[in-house]
Structure formats: structure tokens, C-alpha cells
Design a protein around this ligand. Structure first.
Ligand code: PGA
Length: 255
């Protein structure tokens, strides 16, 4: 089963629309066409519409970093799946650890957001991962599977195959201390087994599992070579066109 690798750049709260446009104009010519790799840029909300127009007709996809769980209404400051879709978004992050920690998003809210994304025909990139304390207490698997189960309550089986799950150990995000490729492989393999046991082999084979947390041009290929790692969610190293393009180029060719 070949799964198209996904390399997604999570820009967090960086880059104005003008800076985003400058990035895109420099980045696109650096990419060599690859049918086995999909690249996605996830800029902040104000840059989405312009970036969507710039990326239209290119091989690079657009994604957002968050959405709200309701389709419309009196929710000052929030953004719906339909709005993201209208900007050209194919993906949206759900449950990133910064949202969970800084904005108190819990599993039930992540679950509602994930369903809102699916209802709006946007592919959720569900983020899961353990903190340093949980890792030290050897609770990584328990934590990750609890987040996974909580986020997917009531999600229809037919929606699961298109899902993307990003395993991002919280202690590895923005710290320069990536997980080891072996550890990342062990956790994502466990996630795939979970889909196999609770859903089906088909879903387990199709769902794409990414690693995220201090991925750089220097270490990307060691993660992307692991059999269950279907891509990477890249923060800091995706902010510079040459750096993100090197990560894309590091992606091993599909067998
Ligand atoms: P990082 O961020 O690559 O800067 O560690 C990853 C993320 O938060 O998605």
C-alpha cells in the first residue's frame, strides 16, 4: 500500500500576507515535481486567501492551523470550515499541542472541530503527542491513544481513510530536540495498529501518519525512511523557502 507522503509547513503566528507571498514566489521554483510527495503550506488566517490564489493550479496544497467547531454564528473571532474551504484549504490542523496547552483545547473540543472539518470537506491533520513528564512516566502510548480515541468519537468509518494524524511529542516541538526516528516509528506504528484493531485494515493502511517536532533538512530523511512515517509536520524549518525545499528534496522516493 503506497501512501503519498505529506510534508506540511506549520507557520504558526509568523509572516504577514506580503511575507507569505514573497515565500511562495521563492519556494515554488525550488520544488522538483514529485508525484509521490505532497507539500502543504499552513499560513495564518489573514494570509490564507492570497496564498490560496497563489497556489491555485500548482502542486502545493493549502492548509489552516485551526478552525471553529460550529458552521456559522455569533462566535466573535472564530473561523469556520466553510470559510477555510472558500480560501482554498485542503487541510486543517486540529488539536495542535499549542492549542491544547495555551488555549485549553480538550479532547471533546478537538473532536467537535475534527467533525466540523470533515463536514466542511477539509482533511483534518489531527495532532497528538505526549509531554515530557508523560514520556518520563512511560505513558506515551496511553496518552497518544487516549487523544486519538477522544478526537475520533462518532467519526464515520468512511471519513477515517482520508484522515492525517501527526504524532508530535510536545517536548520535541520547537526545542531542537527531535525524537529518534526509531521512537517515532514505534509510536506511529502503534497508532496504525490501533486503527487496524478498532476500525479496519483498510483504514489502517490508508490513514497517513506524520512525525512532527524539530524536523530539519538534516534529520528529515531519517524520519521519512521509517515504514510507517508518511510525512512530516514542520514548524520552524518550514519558514525559510530553501530550508523547507531541502526537506521536500530529502523525502526518499517511493519504492
Ligand atoms: P517545530 O514545530 O518543527 O518548530 O518543532 C512543529 C510543530 O509545532 O508542528
Amino acid at each position: 500500500m503506497t501512501r503519498t507522503k505529506l510534508l506540511a509547513g506549520n507557520w504558526k503566528m509568523h509572516k504577514t500576507p506580503d511575507e507569505t507571498e514573497a515565500f511562495v514566489r521563492r519556494f515554488l521554483p525550488l520544488l522538483f515535481p514529485r508525484v509521490d510527495v505532497e507539500v502543504a503550506l499552513l499560513p495564518s488566517f489573514p494570509s490564507l486567501d492570497r496564498t490560496g490564489r497563489l497556489l491555485a493550479g500548482t502542486a502545493v496544497s493549502l492548509g489552516a492551523q485551526d478552525l471553529y467547531s460550529e458552521p456559522f454564528g455569533a462566535f466573535t473571532g472564530e473561523v469556520s470550515a466553510e470559510m477555510l474551504r472558500a480560501c482554498g484549504c485542503r487541510y486543517v490542523l486540529v488539536g495542535h499541542s499549542e492549542r491544547r496547552a495555551l488555549f485549553r483545547e480538550d479532547d471533546p473540543l478537538v473532536n467537535r472541530k475534527l467533525k466540523a472539518a470533515l463536514a466542511g470537506e477539509i482533511i483534518p491533520i489531527l495532532c497528538v503527542g505526549e509531554t515530557l513528564t508523560e514520556r518520563r512516566e512511560k505513558r506515551t502510548e496511553e496518552r497518544v491513544l487516549t487523544q486519538l480515541a477522544g478526537a475520533l468519537i462518532g467519526v464515520h468509518a468512511e471519513s477515517l481513510s482520508s484522515l492525517v494524524v501527526a504524532y508530535e511529542p510536545v517536548w520535541a516541538i520547537g526545542t531542537g530536540e527531535a525524537s529518534s526516528p526509531e521512537e517515532a516509528q514505534a509510536v506511529v506504528h502503534r497508532i496504525r495498529e490501533w486503527f487496524d484493531a478498532l476500525h479496519s485494515r483498510t483504514v489502517a493502511n490508508r490513514v497517513r501518519l506524520l512525525y512532527g517536532g524539530s524536523v530539519t533538512p538534516a534529520n528529515a530523511d531519517s524520519f521519512l525512511r521509517e515504514p510507517d512515517v508518511d510525512g512530516a509536520l514542520v514548524g520552524g524549518a518550514s519558514l525559510v523557502p530553501e530550508s523547507f525545499a531541502r526537506i521536500v528534496a530529502a523525502c526518499p522516493k517511493a519504492a
